[in-house]
Design a protein around this ligand. Structure first.
Ligand code: NAP
Ligand code: SF4
Length: 695
């Protein structure tokens, strides 16, 4: 079979064994690791990825002891947990995959009162005070790593990975800000390296000569007192001397104020730093962070930046990604959009991780899309081609049903198409491309520019109504989005008109509603052009990332100052933007834990003016009248963009039901057409797949 990924799909000898390709499924906590009773579900989840062709799987993080657990009941590599893990290792080995267990000691990131680290204190992202490990305590922790590693090999794992990056315990030992010890585990860079190196040596001895030892090394800490490059290199050499076979590279601590994995980070932004490491060491080096696109991954390998590519979220989105490349079906890969919504945000909230574009991820045994027998095939109409409609149509057709997808406009994508226009969300367009390709491959009949009547839909066995939403209109004096009613004072436009290019914003803009879309619109109106996401050097400068040779932790700028709109060089930044909401909560409070802070930082940097606790009064020739903290104010703006949520478009469901003569067609209402409040793509797509699974 012809394919265009010669590097990505070539095998590699890792010293202890060979892997069939250069894909590493990076460690990702799903929540299934925390309960030994979920081992079957974990085996199904990882087994599906092994069958999908990934070369090497790294499990979610398991703590070597109780102190290092991420949460009070978090995963630990103890006897009880690992007793069932032969289910997992067998499933992966039967699919010719390789799997290693990650050992992760959370240190000061532990979300419980037992937290312990090199130094006492509290991390900025956890509420618990961390205890300082005693000298004996450090020695015991090293033993715990070795014991846990030995147990992992006993459970059938091909090796282990030591988590030494992202700001967890071993990374905390390396950095002066979190290690001020005066004993042998601290005192200067060499002393701070002693603990991680001792862990590597002890683990190598525990697992024996045949098992693989990978170490996740932090290349850029991106915290003010992080490591210099020379320190990182000295650590890398020390690790290799102690028997580490593979260096997997990590970027940024969890508390870092530079984004490293969200969708606005340029693709492969940090691969050049991985290359610098690769040039210095003899062992294979793994690149990670926003290497989602197989073509980008191939380029990273072919240009000598890395030996292997770590993908965690892309393999959640599409477990069969490697197999699809090998079979020449790259255009059918389900694209991860780095939204973090259903994976990391769920994990940080203690929920099971899944995937926005693949709700089956982590639910392989519960949400099953089985093929239907020919005589049970149903004629299915899906109306509306937003994310919910697209996924329902594809999932139903892949099961064998005969599906027609109707869309009133001339384009696929619904609200997601608008999201793709936001600077920093360029990858969303890739999801639309992959949906388009999958529709075609699944044999869905697509009728664009068509609004089927309730009568026409009577010929189908099932009608899935995914007609989405329309923007809410704010009903106050002077508010009208009717262009014919243009008079003096600001123009009122909807976010949809703005993002579709049907209405142009002026120089001073008020945004009504600071939910996800209000925040997006504020960024759309103020972010520099072209989007920094499309140019790595500009983006690194934008976020203050510098050379770790001269800047501790790779941070050239500790805190970014807001841009002054009066002196800003480009058009968008010189615009004055006010973002308003009625609630008193912080702007974007409902956004994801892993992404909300990035958006807020961007708005601060762009000089967007926030107004909380606002009451809207009216619009007139003077501008937008509001009451803010008991004070009457007029915002003399020339444009008001309404981002006040949505209303469901669901009339068709009732019309089809009313026109029904017998029991057919069955009507299914999904996505925003079902519930517009809290409209969110994760729920919409999951509902679509559940409906398709039940047809
Ligand atoms: P949303 O999150 O519900 O926000 C709309 C905001 O408009 C509300 O927070 C509300 O805030 C305000 N509002 C509601 N009714 C109003 C009225 N009658 N008059 C004035 N203000 C009113 O909806 P959205 O921003 O349209 O986003 C839709 C969905 O997409 C959400 O689930 C959102 O999370 C998701 N989304 C997420 C992202 C992201 O994660 N980055 C980006 C885009 C969209 P007040 O009542 O406080 O004024
Ligand atoms: Fe990617 Fe979003 Fe799915 Fe996470 S939820 S794997 S970021 S598409």
């Amino acid at each position: 079979m012809r394919h265009d990924y010669p590097h990505l799909l070539s095998p590699l000898d890792l010293g202890r064994f060979e892997v069939r390709n250069r894909f590493v499924m990076g460690s990702m906590h799903t929540g299934l690791e925390d309960r030994p009773g979920d081992a079957k579900k974990l085996a199904a989840y990882l087994g599906e990825r092994a069958r999908g062709g990934v070369g090497l799987i790294v499990t979610g993080g398991y703590s070597p002891d109780r102190t290092g657990r991420l949460t009070p009941r978090g995963a630990q590599a103890d006897d009880r947990t690992l007793a069932t893990h032969n289910l997992i290792t067998r499933e992966v080995h039967e699919a010719d995959g390789r799997i290693i267990l990650q050992l992760l000691h959370a240190g000061r990131y532990a979300f419980h009162p037992l937290a312990a680290s090199a130094r006492a204190g509290r991390s900025p992202i956890t509420p618990f005070r961390t205890r300082r490990l005693t000298r004996r305590g450090v020695g015991r922790t090293i033993e715990h790593f070795a014991d846990a590693a030995r147990r992992a090999i006993g459970a059938g794992y091909d090796g282990v990975e030591i988590m030494g990056s992202e700001g967890y315990l071993l990374n905390q030992f390396l950095v002066p800000g979190t290690n001020r010890r005066r004993d042998r585990w601290g005192r200067g860079p060499e002393g701070r390296r002693t603990m991680p190196l001792a862990v590597a040596a002890a683990v190598r001895e525990a697992i024996g000569p045949e098992a693989l030892l990978s170490y996740r090394i932090s290349l850029l800490d991106l915290v003010p007192e992080g490591q210099y490059w020379d320190e990182t290199l000295a650590l890398a050499h020390g690790l290799v001397e102690r028997g580490v076979d593979v260096l997997s590279t990590g970027i940024g601590w969890h508390e870092s104020r530079v984004p490293t994995i969200v969708t606005s980070v340029p693709r492969a932004a940090f691969a050049p730093v991985t290359k610098r490491l690769r040039e210095e060491v003899e062992v294979p080096v793994v690149a990670s962070n926003r290497i989602h696109d197989p073509q980008v991954a191939e380029q990273v390998l072919s240009s000598g930046q890395a030996d292997l590519i770590s993908m965690a979220r892309p393999l959640l989105a599409d477990p069969h990604l490697p197999a699809k490349l090998a079979e020449g079906r790259a255009n059918q890969v389900v694209a991860c959009i780095s939204c973090n919504q259903a994976c990391l945000d769920n994990a940080f909230e203690g929920k099971r991780a899944s995937c926005l574009v693949n709700p089956r991820a982590g639910h392989e045994t519960e949400l099953v899309l089985s093929p239907v027998l020919e005589r049970r095939r149903r004629k299915v109409a899906v109306v509306g081609a937003g994310p919910a409609g697209l996924e329902a149509a594809i999932s139903a057709a892949e099961r064998g049903h005969v599906v027609t997808l109707f869309e009133a406009t001339k384009e696929l994508g619904g609200q997601l198409r608008l999201a793709a226009r936001i600077p920093g969300k360029e990858d969303y367009a890739q999801a639309l491309t992959s949906w388009r390709m999958r529709l075609f491959a699944a044999g869905v009949g697509v009728r664009l520019g068509t609004r089927p009547s309730a009568q026409e839909l009577q010929d189908f066995h099932d009608v899935v109504v995914a007609t989405g939403v329309r923007p809410r209109v704010v009903d106050l004096p002077g508010f009208t989005t009717d262009p014919a009613a243009d008079g003096p004072g600001p123009r009122v436009i909807s976010y949809a008109d703005l993002l579709e290019g049907r209405a142009e914003p002026g120089e001073t803009v008020a945004i009504i509603g600071a939910g996800g879309i209000g925040v997006d619109v504020a960024e759309y109106l103020t972010s520099p052009l072209p989007s920094p996401t499309l140019d790595t050097d500009t983006w690194l400068q934008h976020w203050g990332v510098g050379d770790p040779q001269g800047h501790r932790g790779g941070l050239a700028v500790a805190r970014r100052a807001p841009v002054d709109p009066a002196t800003a060089a480009d058009g968008r930044r010189s615009r004055e933007v006010h973002l308003l909401q009625r609630k008193e909560t912080k702007i974007g409070a409902g956004l994801g834990k892993t992404t909300g802070w990035v958006h807020r930082a961007e708005l601060r940097h762009a000089g967007v003016i926030n107004h909380l606790g606002v009451t809207y009064r009216r619009i007139d020739a003077e501008g937008l009248h509001i009451l803010e903290h008991e004070e009457e104010r007029v915002l003399a703006v020339d444009t008001v963009v309404v981002c006040a949520g949505q209303i469901s478009e669901n009339a068709l469901a009732q019309e089809v039901t009313r026109a029904r003569r017998g029991r057919s067609p069955r009507v299914h209402l999904i996505g925003g057409a079902d519930v517009a409040a809290e409209l969110d793509a994760e729920r919409a797509i999951r509902q679509a797949v559940e409906v398709a699974a039940g047809l």
